[in-house]
Structures are given as structure tokens and as C-alpha cells.
Design a protein around this ligand. Sequence first.
Ligand SMILES: NC(=O)c1ccc[n+]([C@@H]2O[C@H](COP(=O)([O-])OP(=O)(O)OC[C@H]3O[C@@H](n4cnc5c(N)ncnc54)[C@H](O)[C@@H]3O)[C@@H](O)[C@H]2O)c1
Length: 259
Amino acid sequence: MNFFTKMLDFSDKVVIVTGGLGLIGKQLVLAFNEFNATVIVLDLLSERFEEYFSSCENIHFFKTDIAEPKEIQTSVERIIKDFRKIDVWINAAYPRTTDWGKAIDEVSFESWNENLKLHLGSYFWSSKTVLEVMKEQKTGNLINFSSIYGVVGPNFDVYKGTDMTMPVAYSAIKGAITNLTRYFATLYGSHNVRVNCIAPGGIYNHQPEKFVEKYNELTPLKRMGRDYEIAMPTLFLASEAASYITGQTIIVDGGWTAQ
Ligand SMILES: NC(=O)c1ccc[n+]([C@@H]2O[C@H](COP(=O)([O-])OP(=O)(O)OC[C@H]3O[C@@H](n4cnc5c(N)ncnc54)[C@H](O)[C@@H]3O)[C@@H](O)[C@H]2O)c1
């Protein structure tokens, strides 16, 4: 294989995708698999794993609630036992409460706290756990999922005429994830461990027509993202092609944050 081509090859690499059965996560799993990685999906939905990946070679499933520190620990130990190492860990799960999506006047203090615990807490704890493993290995690569709303404030005009809104906790969580990424990048850089972040814009997923029209109009590329369009920027960050990139947030948003 040629010098640059080899940088994108994940043969012999063990890649973990939390939330690997979600809209974006599924595409991440398919992309890494296509570039020859051994992929381990950590998610809650065993049946969905069967549906998506049971016929695929080299894709494994460890049922894990990543909001539970003990379950993270158990899965990390199992991965090390079965696969010997963790080359790449991607935090792409989206834990949230059942009352998620409410407007600010309906958000209780308990719900705010619970969402911070579930989402920011799980990204923090899994990062902390895995980065220690990578430090021991003297190599590794962690990627967190943020959002455009971790970088800029929401434009509430896109929700007009729909029952959608942007939950306040999401902005706080995603903003924290971009800076947590910088913290870990500077802390673990000297151990040859890179930590980066991906911030997607809105991905089309059959949202109400009014929302989609407005979102398209407000985006420089005049459309929402497609689920598979996040996979290759993530794979790039995780690959040798990005060997001198750490602590960064790559925004994949059709230009939303450029205006
Ligand atoms: N979809 C978008 O438009 C968009 C935009 C910007 C950022 N993001 C971010 O990208 C990431 C993926 O988003 P998505 O749209 O694919 O989400 P999704 O809701 O489609 O999928 C999330 C996955 O996480 C899993 N999950 C939830 N709680 C879990 C837990 N406690 N333990 C293990 N797995 C759990 C779910 O089972 C699901 O498979 C999230 O961090 C999200 O905030 C998404």
C-alpha cells in the first residue's frame, strides 16, 4: 500500500463506537468497517444490532449503558481481554431523559441535572477511563461528538411553527464537550494520545417540513446534512492522516457556523 493510502487503513485497529446504532453512529461503524477496522459497538439496543450488523464480519456488540460507570469499566475490561487494546474510542451516544426537548419554561432543575449527568457525565467518565488505558498503551485516539450548538447559540427561527426547540441543556453539554476535549488533549498529548471533537450540523431525519425548509434556507449549502457525511471526517481524525491534530473540533455543518 502507498504511503498516504496506508494512513487511512485501519487493519489491526480496534475501534469502539458508543451509540453505534444511532443515526450517525451506524454510518461510523460502516465506514470504519469498510476501512478494515475491528469495530465494537457499545449501545443499549441488542435487537437493532442484529438488524443492522449481524451479517457483517468484524463488527461486535457489547451491550453497555455508558451512563453507568460500572458498565463502562466492565466493557473496557472485556475489550482488552478479547481484543488486547483500544486504538480508537468514539463517544457518539446520545443519552437523554424522557422529557427531553422541552422549552426553557418547562425545564425542571432535576431534568437539567439529570441530562448533564447522563450525557456530559458519560462522555467524561468514558473518556477518563479509556484515556488511562491509552496512556498505558502509549498510543490512542479519542473522539467526542459535540454539535454546532456546542460552538454557537441556536437560531430559534428554525423552530417557528413546529413543536420543536433546542433544549438549553444541549448547548451547555455540547459546549462543555468541546472544552473537555481540549482539556484531555493537553493532558494526554505527551503520552502520544490524541483527543478531538466532531461538531455536526443538523442531520436530516424526517423532521417536520417547516423546520427542514427553514433550516435549508439558513444554511449556506442550502440543505441539511446526510447521516453518512459525518463518517469520513471522523475517520480522518481517527487516522494516521491526522497524526498532528489534537484538541480540535472539526465542524461539519454545510457552513452554518461560517455566517
Ligand atoms: N443527529 C443530528 O442532527 C446531530 C447533530 C449534531 C450533533 N449530534 C450528536 O451526534 C451524536 C449522535 O447523534 P445521533 O443523531 O446519531 O443520535 P441517535 O439518537 O440517533 O443515536 C444515539 C444512540 O445512542 C444510544 N444511547 C443512548 N443512550 C445510551 C446509553 N446510556 N448507553 C449507550 N448507548 C446509548 C442510542 O441507543 C442510540 O443508538 C450525539 O452526540 C448527538 O448529540 C447529532
